[in-house]
Design a protein around this ligand. Structure first.
Ligand SMILES: Cc1cc2nc3c(=O)[nH]c(=O)nc-3n(C[C@H](O)[C@H](O)[C@H](O)COP(=O)(O)OP(=O)(O)OC[C@H]3O[C@@H](n4cnc5c(N)ncnc54)[C@H](O)[C@@H]3O)c2cc1C
Length: 432
């Protein structure tokens, strides 16, 4: 049987491994190791904050090894997951179909989404146990004609304890993450190698022969007939560039900015993360206790129980780039205009809770939906393959998105990865 390498175990990688195993003999290469939710309760997180020991976001992995944070020159922080399940383990569990930008290229992922909805439970049942302030915020948004919608969540949220730890790893195991697909791939016979950081793909006579990894101090070569890169929007472009394949400086990241206020004992930090969503032109709003700002932003000086925040998640313009060790991403003038519009709207929402504008404070600009550095074009709407790639090298993550979704991308990445896998099977599984 032909050999396929899948790089990464997040939304794109775990899906590809599950789809390809059987048609190929799949080996999954993952830089990180097992995922463990952050064990600390909010009281311990509070003590860590007060100790000032973890003073820089870049040090977060000492406390939480599965979380990586990098900073841009403009002090925006980019968050991603490392280890089994990739960033899906840190997600807020939102399950939105957001493939409009792909439909615009002529790509119809209806069959893949139908499959996804059969395989992954999705519901809004967390709404039944919303806290008082969540319900109040929802009604305020309704009164302001903002059309708030309870967020569809990945997993069986009937059992959600509203502990507020969604993005720190779900200790109850109710939130779906891509480790479930990965397990199915392994049950079907795929091989997993952890601690294997893929440095580059090796190309000979226009075809990929395999990948080179760094594992501890040693380097390894894994031969392959097919390589599928799904190392995420920040990981895949680095592997491509290390392999001599040029990417586009079109990185988007979906920046998040929280507008917060002090409301004693509101306990948003122990509520389901992002319980509802308001869709606006170019951004979304959602109630959000921002742990990154809470830990690292000096303006977030109140006890966690007393901070209530609303996030703006922006569909930013595609103007950044990452290469080995270097990350460039700044907000454009248009991005800042949209962000300011969002801030004012959040302040208006909070004003309905009796909070004056000058009593609100902002969070740290952070982002966790990177992608766009080898975007699909209309010409590639059926091949899912850029001409500059060797024939047996495919990408199955948000690197392929032509622009920011400004919205949670997991479901769309999963559907896209299913289609890419299908194309690979059609084109390569039977070839001699
Ligand atoms: C705090 C937070 C909350 C979020 N909430 C949501 C949400 O509610 N809903 C939603 O849809 N999206 C959410 N997202 C975004 C979503 O989690 C990601 O967009 C999605 O997981 C990306 O999938 P991926 O497969 O492209 O990459 P990832 O899930 O990041 O997986 C990439 C994998 O590749 C591995 N890797 C990287 N480089 C290498 C290498 N060189 N060699 C080997 N392995 C490598 C990584 O360790 C990782 O396992 C959230 C993101 C963050 C940060």
């Amino acid at each position: 049987m032909r050999k396929a390498i899948v790089v990464g175990t997040g939304a794109g990688g775990a899906t590809a491994a599950r789809e390809l195993q059987g048609a190929f003999e799949v080996t999954v290469l993952e830089e990180g190791h097992n995922f463990k939710p952050l064990a600390f309760e909010i009281e311990t997180i509070e003590r860590i904050k007060k100790s000032h020991l973890v003073f820089d976001p870049g040090l977060v992995h000492f406390v939480f090894p599965n979380m990586r944070i990098r900073k841009t020159a403009d002090k925006m922080v980019l968050v991603n997951g490392v280890g089994l399940g990739g960033t899906t383990t840190l997600s807020a569990g939102n399950a939105l179909r957001m493939d409009g930008v792909l439909q615009a290229l002529g790509i119809n992922l209806d069959p893949e989404f139908e499959e996804v909805y059969r395989e992954i439970p999705v519901s809004t049942c967390h709404q039944k146990k919303w806290h008082k302030y969540t319900r109040q915020l929802f009604h305020i948004c309704e009164e302001m004609n903002l059309d708030p919608v309870p967020a569809l969540k990945l997993g069986n949220y009937e059992r959600c304890l509203h502990c507020g730890h969604c993005i720190l790893g779900c200790k109850q195991g109710i939130k779906w993450d891509s480790r479930q697909y990965l397990k199915e791939a392994l049950d079907k016979g795929a091989t997993l190698v952890t601690g294997a950081r893929v440095e580059r793909v090796l190309i000979k006579a226009g075809e990929v022969t395999g990948v080179e990894t760094r594992e501890g101090l040693s380097h390894h070569f894994y031969p392959a007939d097919l390589v599928v890169l799904a190392a995420g929007g920040l990981g895949t472009p680095v592997i491509l560039q290390n392999s001599g394949i040029v990417c586009e400086p079109r990185l988007f990241v979906d920046p998040v900015l929280c507008v917060a206020a002090e409301i004693p004992r509101n306990w948003q930090c122990k509520e389901t993360t992002m319980p509802f969503v308001v869709q606006r032109e170019g951004y979304i709003l959602s109630p959000y206790f921002d742990f990154v700002s809470y830990l690292f932003n000096k303006d977030w000086k109140y006890p966690a129980s007393d901070i209530l925040g609303v996030m703006i998640k922006l569909a930013d313009q595609e103007t950044g780039a990452i290469s080995k060790g270097h990350l460039e991403k700044s907000l454009t003038w248009q991005d800042n205009v949209k962000l300011l519009e969002g801030v004012e709207l959040c302040q208006e929402i909070l004003a309905h809770l009796g909070i004056k504008k000058d009593k609100t404070f902002l969070g740290t600009l952070n982002a966790g939906h990177p992608g766009g550095m080898l975007p699909l074009t209309k010409e590639e709407a059926t091949t899912f393959h850029a001409r500059r790639l060797p024939g047996n090298l495919y990408i199955a993550d948000s690197t392929l998105f032509p622009q920011s979704l400004g919205n949670p991308p997991i479901l769309t990445i999963v559907a896209l990865s299913k289609r890419v896998s299908r194309v690979c099977i059609q084109n390569l599984a039977m070839a001699i």
